[in-house]
Ligand binder design. Sequence first.
Ligand code: TXA
Ligand code: MG
Length: 331
Amino acid sequence: MNAGPEEIARAVTRLREGRLVAFPTETVYGLGALALDPDAVARVFTLKGRPATNPLIVHVSGEGMAEGLTTRWSDDASRLAQAFWPGPLTLVLPRAGRVPPIVAGGGETVAIRCPDHLLALAIIETLGEPLVGPSANRSGFVSPTTAAHVESEFGEAIESEELMVVDGGPCRAGIESTVVSLVGAVPLVLRPGVIGSSEIAAALGREVATDGGTGDASEPLQSPGRLASHYAPRARAVLVEPEAVSGIVSAATRPVAVLTVDEVALAEPHWAIRLPRDARGYAASLYTALREADARSPGLLVIVRPPVGSRDAAVWEAVMDRLRRATAPRG
Ligand code: TXA
Ligand code: MG
């Protein structure tokens, strides 16, 4: 059930006390805390089990709030904010001194976005202050796209009132925002999302680079979410071609879960989860499907390569990025 004004007021009160509130956005649920309160931010790192070097995104209600968080709100930043905010685009900019270093993983930059969700915006506007909001999952695992997902991650913390969850129903986009850095000479996409690099380039009127991101953990942490085994389910997961499924299933000695857009009949104890064929539908359902499969502890989680077409190419690119990470060997 969607939260009403009373719950928003309760969430705001808790946040003002430096406590944690998970909130819905158009992408995934965020684990919210006052961005300018280092103690509140520290609670987010602890609850998520997130490495202190992995910086958080600061969520704002608009351009005005964003400007105060960076020492250089450039023309590029302003153009992108006007083209895509509120929406799933995160801008990495030079960090202003009032943003606590802990938010930035100790670095000199800050990631900022304005979420396209009425409940998130209502909370931030009522607070009059920005919120950090990493995805509301334990570090390294699948992002939550419903309030129930957050509850399954942090049941104890909710029970003990350390954490409150504002329910906004399922997230529309279903995968995390595009992250673009405006710190260097050329804009650089650090994490693909539903807003593609070509749309960003069109809005800026100049070229945009993409981070090849090998995901090698030994590289310096440019954007730590790019580490290979991020977004991973608990079960071992593999990405395969459609033709390979029957062979894998017949050779399996333990139950196999298959995520596919096709109709497949599997004999017990194996089972299939159907995903939509279109890019946006696939992205919106992917994390729920991964969680559903994972919850039944399969011996193996088989993700069938989806039929990536030219329509919504950016969304497919973001989906494939998440699928590669979900199926990468654990580091
Ligand atoms: O859609 C989203 O972005 C969601 C919703 C809740 O807003 N949030 C989210 O946050 O995905 P998180 O913390 O799970 O992922 C943030 C990503 C990470 O890959 C992190 O390393 C990167 O953004 N990031 C954050 N601050 C950065 C910075 N200053 N420089 C480079 N990368 C940064
Ligand atoms: Mg995350």
